[in-house]
Design a protein around this ligand. Sequence first.
Ligand code: ZN
Length: 451
Amino acid sequence: MTSVIVLRGVSPLGGDPRDLVIAGGRIAAVTPPGGGEHTSVVADAADGAAGGTRRGPLIVDGAGLIALPGFVDLHTHLREPGREDAETVESGTRAAALGGYTAVFAMANTDPVADTAGVVEQVWRLGQDAGHCEVRPVGAVTKGLAGSQLAELGAMATSAAAVRMFSDDGHCVSDALLMRRALEYVKAFDGVVAQHAEEPRLTAGAQMNEGAMAACLGLPGWPAVAEEAIIARDALLAGHVDSRLHVCHVSTAGSVEIIRWAKAKGWRVTAEVTPHHLLLTEDLVASYDPVYKVNPPLRTKADTEALRAGLADGTIDCVATDHAPHAPEDKETEWAAARPGMLGLETALSVVIETMVTTGHLDWSDVADRMAAAPARIGGVADTVLDVAQFAQVGTSATLTLLDPQAQRVIDPAAFASRSTNTPYRGRTLPGVIRATFLRGRPTVLDGKIV
Ligand SMILES: [Zn+2]
């Protein structure tokens, strides 16, 4: 295995081109492209890494490519154990690496539920064995996601998986006392409770966003207030016990306002938005194509605009995919029977470019923050820079991705690494292609293919 790699002429954070020399899993040198001292730096790095046995470095032509820190996804459904027909840790982390990700947080709504040290350690080990990216298991907040008794949070935190994020995602921890107890409990190990904000009494039977479109289509509505009421309550609780709350998949303009208010109070509240809530709106439901069924549902144009503005000004800290693979029998059925959820890992960057970069909301440093540094801070991820200013500095972990911002592609789920095909972008032309991904100096993707 080549231990020295030279990324020739890449643009860190979209800035001036540089040659990045990687050795021993770290950035060993950063030089002007083809710089004079460059050859000796590579030779020295090769000597150091190979213990004096000089081998040729792997040269990656990075002309025109932007280098960003490897992305971190706080919200991924890998479906293993239990629904390996829809996704596995192996297939889901391949999809992640191809999407530029070097760490994913695997949600707990598996079968069995990840509510014990045994299950989170199993998922963590599967991630280690696959090797495509870091897999950080999320522990359930309540036993069996049933919402009535706290799960073994401490045992999961001290397990080999070192769980720091807890969520009943798919379900809301709707009991205020249980939510308070969970927030208090995770403080002992600087954990965070990630809430799927959905007041269940307000969304019983809901099929799409509540409003004129739902009335027109004759589908039961999922009102914005069901999300906003829980976020407001949880922000108050997090402030009250001084603990860390993370709000999953924020989908409404009102939610952005509430999170802005909570942050202004100084409470430790963070939030994520999905790529699909930045781009897609409820009118797509008129097709009754279940590929557009997702929870929380697609909202209105005004909501997508507020979400974009919130992500741009930092009210929403980061992008998270809510990658939700489903087997055909669960998805390609009539609307009411279809499971909610969409694939996200292999298209997230492209949707962020489409909605946030080409529109002038974010520059490449901002993208690095919202897709890598900010989620790494929230989840506690080693190897990812916590501050974008540290990226591609000598001595830091060579955990990064290279993307071609000029390239476009037509989305074809048959080409995905995911075992499932439920992407809402089939046939759509989107900008940006991941060319390579490196995890601690080891290529996981080269030339757009899994290594
Ligand atoms: Zn959710």
